[in-house]
Unconditional design. Structure first.
Length: 268
């Protein structure tokens, strides 16, 4: 059922902004979304009002995050299509339990669940075991996983390849900012860039290192057991229709070498 709300003059510019952010011409977007370029031009200029289905089709083609799809629908005069369930909602609680189960099964290797701003929602015992000596202020909720990593009171002094890992994080954040246009991520990136480099951090220039199979950058952390080396992977819920679940990601860390695996696996 469609809404009777009046469309906003902001819809056309909002759509154009997302199209430009995806580096698509009107011709390319019209072809991908199977509408005429003329109709798309009329929609962007405000001369034509899109249907609800058209807004959703364009948003899907542009891979716009669910939160921003709702904003487009509202600007076009329609009710939001996607819910953001509260934490105590039965379906939300069930999803959170499933996430915690995934993290538990990843032990003894570190794993955590984060939201769109890298706020740590859940962590397994493998993560908490690495946090000895962290400034207690950084562990006060809400805990930000990237702040915890790069802050001088966090893991930064113990990251053996700090400059390399920081470059990797900045690259990921810039990619997410390009994808989502999230101002919260812009603010976070600027904060992280302000942190000092730990004294004695090894120099790094992109292209200096050759990594296992050339597919990932290791995260090397000095501990009382010696240096642990991990490769990280990210899992997202691409088919989620709930906003919070669509913005949730699971970061898992796997041993990058046999020594790390032997140190972490009981009896290994």
């Amino acid at each position: 059922m469609t809404s009777t709300l009046a469309p906003s003059p902001d819809f056309g510019p909002m759509l154009r902004l997302w199209r430009n952010r995806r580096s698509l011409s009107q011709l390319a977007l019209s072809a991908d979304s199977e509408i005429s370029q003329r109709h798309l031009s009329f929609i962007e200029s405000g001369r034509s009002r899109p249907s609800r289905d058209m807004v959703l089709r364009l948003a899907e083609t542009l891979s716009i995050p669910l939160r921003d799809r709702n904003a487009l629908l509202i600007a076009a005069g329609f009710a939001p299509a996607y819910r953001e369930r509260p934490a105590d909602d039965p379906e939300s609680a069930a999803a959170q339990k499933a996430v915690q189960l995934i993290l538990k099964h990843h032990e003894p290797f570190p794993a955590l669940a984060i939201d769109r701003h890298w706020t740590m929602l859940h962590a397994n015992a493998g993560i908490t075991a690495l946090l000895d000596g962290i400034d207690p202020a950084l562990l006060e909720p809400p805990v930000n996983a990237l702040r915890l990593t790069l802050h001088p009171g966090g893991l930064a002094p113990r990251i053996e390849n700090f400059r390399e890992w920081r470059t990797h994080i900045f690259h990921r954040l810039n990619g997410l900012i390009d994808q989502t246009a999230d101002p919260g991520l812009v603010t976070l990136l600027e904060e992280l860039k302000s942190y000092p480099v730990p004294p004695g951090a090894a120099p790094y220039r992109p292209g200096d290192m050759i990594h296992p199979a050339g597919i990932a950058i290791p995260f090397r952390l000095r501990t009382e057991q010696g240096t642990l080396s991990f490769l990280s992977t990210t899992t997202v819920f691409g088919t989620a229709l709930d906003i919070a679940l669509s913005e949730l990601a699971i970061e898992t860390f796997l041993p990058a070498d046999e020594r790390t695996a032997a140190l972490l696996v009981p009896g290994g």
